[in-house]
Design a protein around this ligand. Structure first.
Ligand code: ZN
Length: 463
């Protein structure tokens, strides 16, 4: 029995872990590296194992940094079975197709640029294509339900446990047996932040001998959610009093639906004006919202009650979905009283850039950031107080009011991670993954029981 690590080693992206047991090879996640250019170039490197020899892939959830290399895996010979929850399966389809489209666009852009510079190298290929993403969908097989063990092969049993992170997300317990030896290996996946709306809190984990866990916020405590919601309402009301619009750059999965949920509650509680117009201007977020509606089995009790009463948790009177570009452009004719949610969350692409171009220079408008903004992104520059920014080659002065609201994280914080770890019993080994080095080290110091390991890329261990 062996475990090896092929991504998310001392970094937050590219999750990919390999288990070898009872003559089978199984992967937990196969995510994309995201962030700096050097990191993204890692995606094209060999996996560190032969994709054709992988029998099973268990997917913890549908974020790109967990499922984004699946089309590449299939393109390089993977013919095994992908097992995940019903909701993750639908979301992963959306996420992988969107990623393939972006890869194709980027390759085309680089090709045009190379040609302009008289560079006639061989054609620049995307990491993978839409066709690769479609082909990889054929490998999705059995569907996992929370808490129900699946016998995947002799000596390999898997149980998916609700991780409360995004719709369909799971921690995965493997019960392994080989040559009379037994091991319980638990992968945390990404763990959610308790007390958020829509989803349930992470389920208490089963006990395990070996734990592989994320450490995204291994060194930090989160702000409270309730004051963040208040801040959001105040930002909107204040902007409307000044006569402007509110732009909210959003991530398509989870954050958009959560903000819709809070806006609906604000309207029902009379905290927001009845006349508010809300636009969800992101085709991917619209599709994701439809998938949310199809999976009430993932909801918490409060959202389930709404659903049972026949009420839509994501519907509010002034809400409009804009899929078409023309409808998106028409939004810019509205002078005030609108909340416009558009991707991407870090303003690196997508329709939000058009809205910023039309609103950033207006003193009566606001931009409200509700998610993580990496260094080097347009969102980061605006948050850091840039007086002017470049959007589509134009210099735009930043006169709008800028809010950053920190309480909407989809990840567990240090205290929650420690509680979760303590509940796994006394694992003899804990492997820390999916965190920046500083966060990982801070977290490692807080673990009392057993051996703590921070594996390097492609490092392998006997279980
Ligand atoms: Zn995630």
């Amino acid at each position: 029995m062996r475990i090896s690590f092929h991504g998310a080693d001392q970094g937050v992206t590219g999750s990919c872990h390999l288990i070898e047991c009872a003559g089978k090879r199984l992967l937990i996640d196969c995510g994309l590296y995201q962030g700096s250019r050097e990191l993204e170039e890692e995606n094209a490197e060999p996996f560190g194992f032969d994709p054709a020899e992988i029998d099973l892939l268990l997917l913890s959830h549908a974020h790109l940094d967990h499922c984004g290399r699946i089309p590449l895996l299939a393109r390089r010979g993977f013919r095994g079975e992908i097992v995940t929850t019903a909701a993750s399966r639908e979301l992963a389809r959306l996420v992988m197709l969107d990623a393939a489209h972006l890869q194709e666009e980027e390759a085309e852009y680089k090709q045009r640029k190379a040609s302009r510079h008289g560079n006639h190298r061989p054609r620049i290929q995307p990491l993978y294509t839409t066709l690769d993403a479609l082909n990889s969908l054929d490998f999705f097989g059995r569907v996992a339900r929370y808490g129900e063990p699946l016998q995947l092969a002799p000596g390999i049993r898997a149980t998916f446990v609700d991780a409360g992170h995004i719709l369909g997300s799971a921690s995965i317990l493997l019960e392994l047996e080989e040559g009379g030896q037994r091991r319980r290996v638990l992968f945390s996946g990404d763990l959610g932040n308790a007390g958020r709306p829509i989803l349930r809190n992470p389920a208490p984990p089963p006990t395990a001998d070996v734990v592989v866990m994320e450490t995204t916020y291994g060194d930090r405590r989160h702000k409270q959610l309730a004051p963040s919601i208040e801040e959001l309402y105040e930002a909107i009301n204040d902007t409307f009093r000044r006569g402007g619009n509110v732009i909210i750059p959003t991530f398509a999965l989870e954050r958009s639906q959560e903000i819709l949920f809070h806006l609906r509650e604000g309207l029902e509680a009379g905290r927001l004006p009845r006349t508010v117009q809300v636009f969800l201007d992101s085709p991917m977020a619209i599709s994701a919202t439809e998938i949310f509606r199809r999976h009430p089995e993932c909801y918490d009790a409060e959202t389930m009650d709404l659903f049972r009463e026949g009420r839509d948790p994501f519907a509010l009177p002034g809400l409009r979905f804009t899929r078409q570009t023309a409808d998106s452009m028409a939004i810019n004719r509205i002078g005030g009283g609108a909340v416009i949610m558009a991707g991407s969350g870090m303003c690196t692409g997508g329709r939000v850039r058009h809205h910023l171009k039309h609103h950033l220079w207006r003193r009566d408008c606001s931009v409200v950031f509700v998610g993580y903004a990496a260094n080097g992104t347009l969102a980061r520059r605006i948050i850091d107080g840039a007086e002017r920014v470049h959007i589509f080659g134009e210099e735009i002065p930043v006169r709008a009011r800028i809010y950053t609201i920190g309480g909407f994280s989809a990840h567990a914080d240090q205290a929650e991670l420690l509680d979760w770890h303590a509940a796994t019993g006394r694992p003899h080994t804990t492997y820390l993954v999916h965190g920046e080095e500083r966060s990982m080290r801070a977290f490692a110091r807080r673990i009392r029981d057993g051996r703590v390991v921070m594996p390097r890329l492609h490092q392998a261990f006997r279980l």
